[in-house]
Structures are given as C-alpha cells and as structure tokens.
Design a protein around this ligand. Structure first.
Ligand code: KIV
Length: 276
C-alpha cells in the first residue's frame, strides 16, 4: 500500500493472478479518499462528460477539460497509478496531435499513463505514443466515443464476426505496446478468451468475471448518478438518498433557526463591540 502502483505492477499482478482494482475519479477530494482506500489505479475518465458535466455522451469533453481534471486528481493521489483518458478527437486527426495531447496529460495533468479507445485502427497511434515514452491503456468493446456508429450504448461482440474482430483488436493493441486493455460491455466468455490470449492485463467493465481486473465509474458504485445505472454496476452506497436527506435536514435547520448554534459562531471582545 505504501509503494506506488505502476504500469509494471499491472503486468506483475497478471503474472501472480492478483486482480487489479480500478475506479474513476474526477476531483481532488474523491481521488484522495479512493487512493487512501488502497485502489490500484484511478482513471480520470471522459465519462466526466456525463457524470460531472451532465451531457448525454462523452463527445463534448475536450483536452482542456481532461488536463484540468487530471491535475486535480493527481494532486490527491499518492499510491495509485493515475490514467488520463484521451477525449474524442484528441487522437483521431493526426498521430502528431495524438502524441502532443497524450503528452499534455502527462506533463500538465501529471498522469502516469493515458487511455484511448480503438483496436487495430489505433495501433499506429498507440505505437507513436508509446515511442514517446508514454504508457498507453487500450479500450475496446463498447467504446463510448463511437456511440454514433454503434447507434447507442450497446453490448459488443455478440456476433461471430464482431467477436473475432475484437480478439484481433486486442492482439493488435498488445503488439502496439499497450500495458493493459479495458474491455467494456462484451460477453463474459469472449472477455475470457481475450484475457487468455493477451499477455497484458485486461480490465473489465461489464465484461464478466474472468478479466484480470475491474473498473467502474465512482458515481455509479456510490449511487450518486441517477440518470441511468447499467446492469453491470454494483452499488456499494446510496449517496443520492444520503445527500437528499442531509440537505433536507439542513434546510429544515436553517428555516427553523436550529442552525447555526452558538458553537458555530465567532465571538468578539465586549469592549471592542461598544466602539463599533
Ligand atoms: O471514461 C470512462 O470512465 C471509461 C471507463 C468507464 C472505462 O472509459
């Protein structure tokens, strides 16, 4: 728990068959709590477009947003590996732009690695970023930045051809030099095959029990995002209800003058008061 979790720790964990734990975070306070709880790695995900900014997809998120949130999270983290997500269009236009943007997440966001979506089609870009000495995490399956191609947030790899394509994607990413691959919303048995075929750890989200690690969105596990809860989420707290109750009590206290009490106030010297 004292030593830093690094990209090398990812591969050691796979060799030792120890499951890797990951969560998302977007701000300093939450990152500090999650890191203090002993999580292995924190993804500053572009899911912040939905859970922080209130958009219905991740497509509105920009590089500046990601750099800002990465820097906030990194300031709160001592142990976990911080992975900065590359937002839509930050790595699609040219390889040069991709390397420069990945570099911003490391240099300004203080992340230890970056993540990008795509398989075979992104292998060249992954290679170029890795050549710039920046560790890359891949992401295949339901890649949310492709929502308009998929026609919604749908499970991927259920047909034979698509399942084969996902296996090829994972192998291409491994070949390109990723240190790990996120598998999102794919059938459990397909995730198992991919996990067995690649030497780098797979991190599942809605990909079942056989991945080398798991990741979930922090707002989902805490019950703090009420728009939609995917089938693969397990809620460990119900913050929506807890916060609603707490805020309701605060409103009642202020209206009924139960808050603030004397102990919440600052005193002033009587003699000085007279002079005022
Ligand atoms: O943006 C994100 O939070 C993600 C995870 C859900 C894998 O990409």
């Amino acid at each position: 728990m004292n030593s830093k979790f690094t990209t090398q720790s990812f591969s050691k964990a796979k060799q030792k068959e120890e499951k890797i734990t990951m969560l998302t975070a977007y701000d300093y306070s939450m990152a500090q709590i999650i890191d203090g709880s002993g999580i292995d790695a924190i993804l500053v995900g572009d899911s912040l477009g939905m859970v922080m900014q209130g958009h219905d997809s991740t497509l509105e998120v920009t590089m500046d947003h990601m750099v800002y949130h990465c820097a906030c999270v990194s300031r709160g983290v001592k142990h976990a590996l911080v992975v900065g997500d590359m937002p839509f269009l930050s790595y699609h236009v040219s390889t040069e732009e991709a390397v420069r943007n990945a570099g911003r997440l490391i240099q300004e966001g203080k992340a230890g690695a970056v993540k990008l979506e795509g398989g075979k089609n992104m292998a060249g870009t992954v290679k170029a970023i890795v050549n710039a000495q920046i560790p890359v995490m891949g992401h295949i399956g339901l890649t949310p930045q492709s929502v308009n191609i998929f026609g919604g947030f749908k499970v991927q790899g259920k047909q034979e051809a698509k399942a084969r394509a996902l296996i090829e994607d994972a192998l291409a990413l491994e070949e390109a030099g990723v240190f790990s691959i996120v598998l999102e919303a794919v059938p459990e048995e397909l995730a198992r095959i991919i996990t067995e075929k690649v030497s780098v750890p797979t991190i599942g989200i809605g990909a079942g029990r056989y991945c080398d690690g798991q990741i979930l969105v922090i707002n989902d596990i805490l019950g703090a995002y009420s728009e939609f809860t995917p089938k693969f989420v397990k809620q460990y707290a119900h913050l929506n209800a807890t916060i609603t109750d707490a805020v309701g009590e605060y409103i009642q206290d202020v209206k009924s003058q139960k808050f603030p009490e004397k102990k919440h106030t600052y005193a002033m010297d009587e003699s000085l008061l007279k002079k005022v």
